[in-house]
Design a protein around this ligand. Structure first.
Ligand code: ZN
Length: 396
């Protein structure tokens, strides 16, 4: 499975993945998922929000156990973030069949659409729509960098954008969702464990900072006459780093758009996106408030206008203790339980259904980069752990 997936959406030069929602690479990943489902005699289903499901047993029965993750990627993402969970799900099912397990609950493997939000700027679109945390109208307003709207992109990929929306009946049939994911930090490496169980996902959000100044000639405009939005932007980047450090949080400006974007032109607009996360809400509020305050001060000093828009926000997610305890009961009491600064579909769904996560050790902690890595032994330990968990939950 890994070999088949490896070439899909991989950039020849960077070796990173560009599997963006509703693109050709996304379609190839989806075709792969469908063929894996059909090869195993599972019932394949594409839901109204573009999430793919592979069912063992009756999809209409109650109390199903669901596992899976996503196959899309960030720009130049690594091979493990997402696909490891989907591949491990199929491999765990193979292992359970090999063990002769008898299922007492329906089991499904899911590939959630558009988890990373790389193309339309909002993460977890597939699960948010399903859980009713994103309305159809809101989703219809999403646009990619080329101005293509989400409904247009869906249409081009052969999916009906009018059909999207909440899917409470589907969620009501799910008794437990377990997502396996490569760890995106070094906690397991530091404790020397292959596998961990998630405790919580940090609250996190994205804020857009629009600094508006005045475009002018880079050679003839005196420094004192400039209203250069790049300057307060640069100060704001430094402030984000400083405030995050003070609060024990993280803050990143990883994306920027400049107009007119000319080497010899003072910019008229610098648009930067702040991503910030912290272990608790008050730390996150402290960081974002302080960064915005610094941005306003520096903007005013340079005669630049500033708009700050919160584009997305996900509050802290505490995974339910009952299911988490079931997992540690199955995997052993020494299994580490850890928090994470990364968002996941499991975090979105935890508001609606019992959810849990398994993490597989990442020796460098690097993620969202072509250098993301997990050792094969650790991945196989993840498959065994997931199989044990699914057997404990779904088999007699
Ligand atoms: Zn992921």
């Amino acid at each position: 499975m890994w070999r088949d997936l490896t070439p899909i959406g991989r950039d020849a030069e960077s070796k990173g993945y560009r599997r963006f929602a509703w693109t050709e690479a996304d379609r190839d990943c989806r075709d792969w998922f469908r063929s894996q489902a059909e090869t195993r005699g599972l019932t394949y289903e594409l839901d109204r929000n573009g999430n793919q499901w592979a069912w063992l047993g009756d999809p209409t029965r109650e109390d199903a156990v669901v596992t899976g993750s996503h196959l899309d990627s960030v720009p130049d993402g690594g091979p493990f973030d997402g696909p490891l969970g989907v591949v491990s799900s199929f491999a765990a099912l193979d292992e359970l069949r090999h063990r002769g397990a008898e299922f007492t609950r329906p089991l499904a493997i899911v590939n959630f659409g558009d988890e990373e939000g790389a193309r339309f700027g909002l993460a977890c679109v597939g699960s948010r729509l399903t859980a009713g945390q994103l309305t159809r109208d809101q989703a219809h307003r999403l646009r990619d960098a080329d101005g293509v709207t989400l409904p247009r992109a869906m249409e081009q990929a052969g999916h009906d954008p009018e059909a999207i929306g909440p899917d409470p009946e589907r969620l009501a049939r799910i008794g437990a969702f377990v997502e396996l994911h490569v760890e995106q930090g070094r906690a397991l490496d530091l404790t020397g464990d292959r596998i961990g169980v998630a405790s919580a996902i940090w609250p996190h959000g994205r804020w857009r900072f629009d600094f508006r100044g005045e475009a002018n000639h880079a050679g003839t405009t005196r420094l004192v006459d400039r209203r250069d939005p790049m300057l307060p932007y640069a100060e704001t980047v430094l402030a984000a780093r400083r405030e995050a450090q003070l609060a024990g949080a993280v803050a990143t400006f990883g994306k920027i758009a400049v107009e007119p974007n000319g080497v010899n032109a003072i910019p008229s607009l610098v648009r930067g996106w702040l991503d910030s996360r912290a272990a608790d809400q008050s730390a996150l509020d402290t960081v974002v408030t302080a960064v915005e305050k610094a941005a306003r001060e520096h903007a005013a000093r340079h005669g630049v206008d500033l708009d700050v828009v919160r584009e997305s926000f996900t509050p802290v997610v505490e995974f339910g203790h009952a299911l988490r305890d079931e997992l540690t009961g199955i995997l052993g009491p020494d299994t580490p339980v850890l928090g994470t600064g990364a968002g996941h579909d499991a975090g979105i769904l935890s508001a609606s259904i019992p959810t849990a996560m398994l993490f597989v050790r990442n020796p460098t902690g690097v993620s969202h980069s072509p250098a993301e890595f997990a050792a094969e032994d650790d991945c196989l330990a993840g498959v065994t752990a997931l199989a044990d968990v699914l057997e404990g939950l779904a088999c007699r």
